[in-house]
Each structure stands twice: as structure tokens, then as C-alpha cells.
Design a protein around this ligand. Structure first.
Ligand code: GDP
Length: 192
């Protein structure tokens, strides 16, 4: 999809603030710093629309990005930020759980993992949780430009094996080279 207009409709902290539209919604989840804002910016062809994190873990809101009045990207605050307080982690958990389990407009979740490493325990829990709730998941391995092409296959196998995912729901991505951008869009368009 060639995106024309993007607009941050709301940074929601509560369910009643979610947009009352029936546009399909695609949520993005991942550890702080994994590259969620960078992926969003590549998908919408903007340099710095979604904020890239200077303070990881600070964004405790669900950010609804209206894409051409056709679709919402819902940026879910990054998990696994060690310094967040227990209270803020619990609050985070409740908000995310409510959104991901109750939102009729949600068509799928893009779950980001750092392509350079094996998925963390948090990544694994998140993935298992999404699968448990029957949510459609696309796993995107980010920052692939940081590892040599010769190692891509091995890294792909490791991530897929650790998360127990199949071929169709996995993309290797780089915000720098834009590798994987079309595949991610294809997955999204298949759910609109
Ligand atoms: P977020 O916290 O998940 O939104 O992560 P950001 O998108 O802010 O990215 C965190 C850091 O990783 C920033 O310094 C980005 O420039 C960098 N980054 C994100 N994606 C990529 C990528 O694909 N390649 C490279 N080389 N750096 C990336």
C-alpha cells in the first residue's frame, strides 16, 4: 500500500478513548528498542513520524495511527524494560490485555524481535500469549542489516525454532535497507 496520510489519532490510556471507527487495526508489539517506531516509519514512508525511543519504556500509551482512513496501526508500549516499576508493568499488562483480547477491530499483531539474537524469554512469553488467544501473529526480525547475509538463514531458523512459528508468518526486516517491507505490507493487506 502507498500511504498518503498518516495521523496520530490518539494516545490512549483507557478503553473508552479508543477510536470509534470500524477500520481494521494491526497492533505492533515488541521489547523497547527493538525497532517498532522504525518499522512503522518505513511502512508509512516517513522519516520520523512515529517517535523513535530516546527513553525506552516511557511510552505507556496505546498510540493509534490512522493510515489513510483505511487502517489503524496501534503502537503498543514496549515490554521488557527492566527499570520500569512493578506497578507500571502491571498497569501495562492490563491495558495491553484488554486491548488485545477485547478489541473487535484487531485483525492481527506484528511481533518484533531483534534479528541479531535468539528471542528473549519476554519475546517467547508474548508470542505464546498471542497464540493462546488465537490472535494472528506476524513475527518480524528487525535490524537484519546488522548481520551478514551469510548468517540470515541460520538466524531465521533459530528464531522460528525458538518461537515455534511457520514460514508464512515470518519476515526478516531492516529499517535501513527496507528489506522485508513489501512482505510486511502483504501480510497486513491480507487482513484488511
Ligand atoms: P522502538 O523502541 O522499538 O520504537 O525502537 P526504535 O525504532 O526507536 O529503534 C531503536 C534503535 O534501533 C534506534 O537507534 C534505531 O535507529 C535502531 N534501529 C531500529 N531498526 C533498525 C534497523 O533495522 N537497522 C538498524 N541498523 N538500526 C535500527
Amino acid at each position: 500500500m502507498e500511504v498518503q496520510n498518516v495521523d496520530l489519532t490518539i494516545s490512549a490510556v483507557a478503553e473508552k478513548q479508543y477510536p470509534n471507527t470500524m477500520f481494521p487495526e494491526i497492533a505492533l508489539v515488541g521489547r523497547s528498542n527493538v525497532g517498532k517506531s522504525s518499522l512503522t516509519n518505513v511502512l508509512i514512508n516517513r522519516r520520523k513520524f512515529a517517535r523513535t525511543s530516546s527513553q525506552p519504556g516511557k511510552t505507556q500509551t496505546l498510540n493509534f495511527y490512522n493510515i489513510d482512513d483505511k487502517l489503524y496501526f496501534v503502537d503498543v508500549p514496549g515490554y521488557g524494560y527492566a527499570k520500569a516499576s512493578k506497578a507500571s508493568r502491571e498497569k501495562w499488562g492490563k491495558m495491553i490485555e484488554t486491548y488485545l483480547t477485547k478489541r473487535d477491530q484487531l485483525r492481527g499483531v506484528i511481533a518484533l524481535v531483534d534479528g541479531r539474537h535468539a528471542p528473549t524469554d519476554d519475546d517467547i512469553s508474548m508470542h505464546e500469549w498471542l497464540v493462546y488467544y488465537g490472535i494472528d501473529v506476524l513475527t518480524v526480525a528487525t535490524k537484519m542489516d546488522k548481520i551478514s547475509k551469510g548468517k540470515w538463514n541460520k538466524q531465521e531458523s533459530l528464531i522460528k525454532k525458538t518461537l515455534q512459528i511457520n514460514d508464512e508468518d515470518f519476515v526478516l526486516f531492516s529499517a535501513l535497507t527496507k528489506a522485508g517491507k513489501n512482505e510486511v505490507w502483504q501480510w497486513i493487506e491480507g487482513r484488511m
